[in-house]
Write a protein that binds this ligand. Structure first.
Ligand code: PLP
Length: 454
């Protein structure tokens, strides 16, 4: 067999286990609390929503969690994803920095989200579940879970934030092509949806509301579970396949990142790329600077409060300690729909509190400018969310130029923008507005945080 054939057949290039950063944390995560009692919840409290395998992954402190063979089998269709050196971008920036990016846009759904949709569908199928309900904003998560549902023969019910449902018909068409059912949220199918519609029949919806509807459907139907595409520990765990591959690929390139950059909505693609490197550092290995880039219009890490809050608007979820803008917050309609969530993953929030990661916020126009610069130098047109990471990486490279030092920068290009062309049309027509977010609005949104003594 030739070396080329051996290389192409080499399955070992896909990791056999995900990496769990909970094994290496200097301080454990604060517990998740029951919304009624204020006491830490146990596995049974989550059993109506999730299969036990995922509940265990939520709390385990084992460093390695084995990737089931059927999941690896599907990962093989697009993994390992490519790691590119952005030589033409480096040249365009005239920077001494070396810039690498991991490209997750090669998955069938076009983003990193199938990395967790596939195992979540797998564990639900194993547990005998027939249907999964979920929410989606711009449609990235909904289409990824719809894909996973098609692979495992599960019915997928998606509550899609109404404003996106109307503005983004192509993602909806993709979900329906995979066989999923898509309902605009708030809907009249759930109590939570009806309560919102009674107050405002034209409510544009929000991720928080769509989550309430999806959770309610799962809680009320024994054959239905709920799935979340970000925020939770098991989701971040599944995404570490990205960083584990990147570590091996950086080694093949004979390099190691000084700075790693990712965009953060709920924190999963950021965690996926950075946690394996942070773990290396926590175990006494090389230090890395890790930068989370979030939208200035939904600035949970940079301007939110680190506090216990609900994950949804109707307060059906447990209380988790995270950076939050308040569960009543309805973010303005900027174009990176996947970054429009009021909270941040507890693990990412915890690392921020421990000083292990940094965070910056950018307005959307400068992010689109960065995305266009990447398209013109590297040829890949990124998702609006990923443009935040590109902006962050370019600014790090420009800092290198100013200081006259070379650093190695790695960022996550977490998805392509082929379903987001209207955003680019609006950007080129100068129709995008940078939403400012003042202190008073922030204080109001935070005033409703639940009081917790823990
Ligand atoms: C969903 C999504 C995000 C935001 O979610 P994270 O959990 O923060 O990764 C970012 N980029 C893309 C392409 C997405 O689909």
């Amino acid at each position: 067999m030739s070396d080329t054939i051996k290389y192409l057949l080499d399955e070992s290039r896909i990791p056999k286990a995900w990496y769990n950063i909970q094994a290496d944390l200097p301080q454990p995560l604060p517990p998740v609390l029951h919304p009624g009692t204020g006491k830490p919840i146990g596995p049974d409290d989550l059993a109506p929503l999730f299969p036990m395998a995922l509940i265990q992954q939520e709390v385990t402190t084992e460093r390695e969690v084995e990737i089931p063979e059927p999941v690896r089998e599907i990962y093989k269709q697009w993994r390992p994803t490519p790691l590119f050196r952005a030589r033409r971008l480096e040249k365009a920036l005239d920077t001494p920095a070396k810039i690498y990016y991991k490209y997750e846009g090669v998955s069938p759904a076009g983003s990193h989200k199938p990395n967790t949709a596939i195992p979540q569908a797998f564990y639900n199928k194993e547990a005998g579940i027939k249907r999964i309900s979920t929410e989606t904003g711009a449609g990235q998560w909904g289409s990824s879970l719809a894909l996973a549902g098609a692979f495992f023969g599960l019915e997928i019910k998606v509550f899609m934030v109404r404003v996106s449902y109307n503005q983004k018909p192509y993602r909806r068409a993709l979900m329906e092509s995979y066989g999923a059912t898509c309902t605009p949220s708030p809907s009249d199918e759930t109590e939570s949806g009806r309560a919102i519609l009674a107050k405002d029949p034209n409510h544009p919806g929000s991720l928080g509301i769509a989550i309430s509807e999806a959770v309610e459907v799962a809680a009320k139907n024994a054959d239905t579970n709920y799935a979340l595409g970000s925020v939770l520990n098991h989701v971040l765990l599944h995404q570490t396949v990205v960083g584990l591959e990147a570590m091996a690929q950086m080694e093949m390139a004979g390099d190691y990142p000084d700075v790693i950059v990712g965009c953060t909505g709920g924190g999963s693609n950021f965690a996926g790329l950075t946690f394996p490197f942070l773990g290396e550092q926590l175990r006494g290995g090389k230090k890395v600077r890790v930068v989370a880039v979030e939208p200035a219009a939904c600035p949970s890490l940079t301007r939110g409060k680190y506090a216990y809050d609900f994950g949804d608007t109707a307060h059906l979820t447990p209380l988790v300690k995270m950076h939050t803008l308040g569960s009543a917050f309805t973010p303005p309609g900027f174009h990176a729909g996947g970054l429009r969530y009021h909270g941040m993953a507890p693990l990412v929030s915890h690392l921020k509190e421990l000083g292990l990661i940094e965070a910056v916020a950018y307005h959307q126009k400068t992010c689109f400018a960065a995305g266009v610069q990447l398209a013109r130098s590297e040829g890949i047109l990124a998702a609006p969310e990923a443009n935040h990471a590109i902006r962050g990486a370019i600014d790090e490279a420009l800092k290198c130029k100013e200081e006259g030092v070379s650093r190695t920068i790695l960022f996550n290009l977490c998805g392509h923008g082929h379903f987001d062309m209207q955003a680019y049309i609006d950007y080129f027509a100068d129709k995008l507005v940078d939403q400012h977010y003042d202190e008073q609005e922030l204080a109001m949104a935070l005033a409703g945080l639940p009081s917790v003594s823990a």
